[in-house]
Write a protein that binds this ligand. Structure first.
Ligand code: FE
Ligand code: FE
Length: 192
């Protein structure tokens, strides 16, 4: 499928707000891919599709996930916001025939991150925070960091996320902690 095909596909699956967000994330992912030397085509595809199932009914998402053989852990079961990244990674495989593991994983881990993220995974994770239209406390700092170092931008987003989740007494998914630890530990190592 071409970029235009993906655009019209998602157009029919979500409302205006999320459609515009998806296009913005794809554009931002392309920008970051050029900056950091990632595959531009893959960045666009993963970006435009990252929220593909976000407006699907929750029960439908659960069913897709289960039918694909993925078992949700306790944190995931209690956090429906995390479901769309998993159901999205299933959808692109079963409905769109996408087989590229890097694209699939970039969609699957765009909400939590994970240890040993690929360049593309980091780009999609960050583009979701730095895309045009995003508005939250610190968005300008996040954008600035994303242009200097993907790792520093990720650390900044984890600081915000962990603070936010713990202040609301919401569980933190282990993958998020693994992603944070992995980046911080490797950053320390390069300093030595
Ligand atoms: Fe998302
Ligand atoms: Fe998103």
């Amino acid at each position: 499928m071409t970029q235009t095909d993906y655009q019209s596909l998602i157009r029919g699956l979500m409302g205006d707000y999320r459609y515009v967000h998806s296009v913005n994330v794809a554009d931002e992912a392309v920008f970051l891919a050029k900056l950091y030397g990632a595959d531009v085509q893959k960045a666009y595809t993963a970006g435009i599709l990252h929220d593909v199932t976000k407006e699907f009914p929750k029960e439908e998402q659960l069913q897709m996930i289960r039918e694909f053989g993925i078992i949700l852990d306790d944190v995931q079961i209690n956090a429906p916001k995390l479901w769309h990244s998993i159901s999205g990674s299933v959808y692109v495989q079963t409905e769109l025939g996408i087989t590229d593991p890097d694209i699939i994983n970039a969609i699957r881990y765009h909400t939590t991150g994970r240890a040993k993220m690929s360049l593309l995974e980091k780009i999609i994770y960050i583009a979701d925070y730095t895309a045009e239209g995003r508005d939250y406390n610190g968005v300008e700092i996040m954008r600035q960091k994303s242009r200097q170092s993907l790792e520093d931008a990720m650390i900044f987003s984890f600081q915000y996320t962990f603070q936010n989740l713990s202040s609301k007494e919401v569980a933190i998914h282990p993958d998020e902690v693994f992603a944070y630890n992995d980046i911080v530990i490797n950053k320390e190592r390069t300093k030595l």
